[in-house]
Each structure stands twice: as C-alpha cells, then as structure tokens.
Design a protein around this ligand. Structure first.
Ligand SMILES: NC(=O)C1=CN([C@@H]2O[C@H](COP(=O)(O)OP(=O)(O)OC[C@H]3O[C@@H](n4cnc5c(N)ncnc54)[C@H](O)[C@@H]3O)[C@@H](O)[C@H]2O)C=CC1
Ligand SMILES: Nc1nc(O)c(N)c(N[C@@H]2O[C@H](COP(=O)(O)O)[C@@H](O)[C@H]2O)n1
Length: 286
C-alpha cells in the first residue's frame, strides 16, 4: 500500500493533487464548529468490542495493512491526541514508521508527523518516555501536555502537605519542560471529590478551543477507553474510523462503550477490508 487506502479518502478527503501523499495534513478537515479542531476518533477493537486485554494489557489488534492505514491517517492531521492512561500504559511513539521509506530524505523529514497531544491533568507523563526521547533525537515531534493548574494553596493557613504538593507539581512541570515538552494549562473538572486524583477530567470543549487557538486545525484521537468515552458522550466527533480485528478478547478486556447515547448525526460512509481486518468509516453530517 504505497498510497492511502480508500477508506481514508472516502471518509476524510484527499490532499491536493500537487502535494505528495503523506507529506501534509488534509486542508479540508473543517468542523461545523470552527472554534475547535476537526476531530477524527479512531481505534482498533476486537469483535467483542475490546481495545485492550485484561488489566489494560496493550494488544496489537490491527494487522499489517490496517496498521499502515492508521499511519497514513496520522499524516493527515495536525495533532494526535491520547489520554495519560494510554501514554503511561503503552509508552507509544505516535509516528508514521509503518509507511514506505522514501527514496530521498529521512523517513521523519519526508512525512508529516502529527503533534502528540497528551491529556494529563496531574503531569504524570514520564520525561523519559519514547515520545520525548524521539523528539530529543530529532526523529519525533515534541509533545504538548494539556494539564490543569497546580494544586491551590488556600490562604495563610495552608498546611505543609499543600506546599509539598505544589513543589512536586512544579518539579514535574520543570522536568517535562526541560525535556522539550510544552505544558498547556486548562481548568479541570473534578468528577467527584471522593474519587482518586486520576479520575480528574479536563473539560474537552476548553481543551479543543485552546488547541485551535494554538493553531491545531485537526486532531486524530486514538484513545484510550476513557478518552473515547468522553469524546463520544460529549458528541465531539466529526469522523469515526474503527478497525475491527477478527479476534475475541473476552470479558476481562477493556471496552469503551459505557456512558454515551447514540450519535444519530454520524452517518455510515464506507467499509474496507484491509488484510483480515474490517475498517468502517462514519462521518458527522450537518
Ligand atoms: N486498541 C486501540 O486502538 C487503543 C487501545 N488503547 C488502550 O486503552 C487503555 C488505556 O485507556 P484508559 O486507561 O482509559 O486511559 P486513557 O488513555 O483514556 O486516559 C485516561 C486519563 O486521561 C485523563 N483525562 C483528562 N481529561 C479527560 C477527559 N475529558 N476524559 C477522559 N479522560 C481524561 C484522565 O485523568 C484519565 O486518567 C490501554 O490499555 C491502551 O492499550 C489506547 C489507545 C488505542
Ligand atoms: N490502530 C491501532 N491498532 C492497534 O492494534 C493498537 N493497539 C493501536 N493502539 C494505539 O496506537 C498507539 C501505539 O502507537 P505506536 O505504535 O507506538 O506508534 C497506542 O498507544 C494506541 O494509541 N492502534
């Protein structure tokens, strides 16, 4: 597959004829609400709708052909967004290394690589993760971490523990910035005060507006489970491209389908068989 498969042109569109495939994001990905980027939600699932194994174990569900399709899709967007759960669990690279090697130039220089965007309310991303390592070596785009302001210290009677938490937060931010990461802050949403801190969500409308203001016109959202649930339940999906692999994971696997209602505006566009996998594209119609 030396050019993108039809599922991508049918669902997302094509780049202008004078631009080489894979070297620039699609210019026509424009959402109905132009204050935010275009959102393509995409992931790979088993036939029992699981995206990971028991305990969140990363599974390579996509076969060679559908994985290459995913890497073509990565070239088509300005940014690629994941949650911190996926960043910590999978330590991904989010590059386009499965595309054919160009004759001239290095692989990284030739193709457009999307900006990695990590939703990380508590700055848990490791400064030694692959995303940061690759960017430092000049073979990856430096990630942006979208996070929340530091823990608040309320007034004069703030206790020592508050002070320590603030210092630790500052240290984590400095370590990430020193490693080349841009940290962007938006006000968080605490789902419930009794839940552990990893259950803090960033408000997606504010995140998306901020990204658009920073020049990100289109994003590909790759997961994981909670991020997929949030984008679907908040109806912030312009296109949905799902790869289904012919495997069963079983009840202990990680699913994503709780907490959202039907999205009637998402209309079926195209199905394509890529190797053993089935890829389906849907698109929001006005
Ligand atoms: N098969 C596939 O295509 C993919 C599978 N995965 C799998 O998904 C699993 C990770 O999923 P999760 O643990 O659910 O982590 P996740 O990647 O969905 O991240 C969830 C974290 O993001 C933060 N967050 C910030 N704002 C949020 C918001 N508005 N909504 C939801 N979360 C928000 C939360 O603090 C939460 O801790 C891994 O097992 C990974 O292998 C991940 C991506 C793709
Ligand atoms: N398309 C697709 N198929 C699978 O089988 C997958 N497990 C995923 N996972 C997503 O891709 C990330 C890994 O990216 P790199 O290979 O490191 O570039 C992983 O973190 C998930 O977001 N995707």
């Amino acid at each position: 597959m030396s050019s993108p498969p039809q599922i991508l042109s049918s669902t997302l569109g094509v780049i202008p004829a004078d631009v080489e495939q894979g070297t620039a994001p699609l210019p026509d990905l424009v959402p109905l609400d132009t204050t935010r980027p275009y959102v393509t939600l995409t992931f790979a699932q088993s036939i029992d709708a699981k995206i990971a194994g028991a305990g969140g174990k990363q599974l390579i569900l996509s076969g060679e052909e559908s994985m290459r399709m995913t890497h073509w899709m990565r070239t088509m967007h300005d940014g690629i967004l994941i949650g911190i759960g996926t960043a910590v669990n999978d330590n991904p690279q989010l590059n386009v290394r499965h595309l054919p090697f160009p004759v001239q130039n290095t692989h990284f220089q030739h193709y457009h690589h999307p900006r990695p965007l990590i939703l990380d309310p508590h700055l848990r991303l490791s400064p030694t993760c692959k995303l940061i390592y690759n960017a430092a070596k000049g073979v990856g785009v430096a990630p942006w971490v979208i996070s929340a302001p530091p823990p608040k210290i309320e007034g004069f009677f703030a206790n020592e523990d508050d002070g320590n938490k603030l210092q630790e937060w500052e240290a984590r931010r400095e370590a990430l910035q020193a490693a080349g990461v841009t940290v962007i802050l938006v006000e968080p949403e605490t789902l419930h005060p009794d839940l552990p801190p990893t259950t803090t969500n960033l408000p997606l409308p504010a995140v998306l507006r901020t990204l658009r203001d920073e020049g990100i016109r289109s994003i590909m959202v790759e997961g994981g489970a909670r991020i997929i649930q949030s984008f679907l339940s908040e109806r912030l999906v312009d296109a949905l491209i799902v790869t289904t692999a012919p495997v069963l994971v079983g009840g202990d696997g990680v699913g994503y389908s709780e907490g959202f209602q039907q999205l009637p505006g998402l209309k079926y566009i195209h199905t394509e068989q890529l190797g053993r996998d089935t890829v389906v594209g849907l698109k929001l119609m006005s």
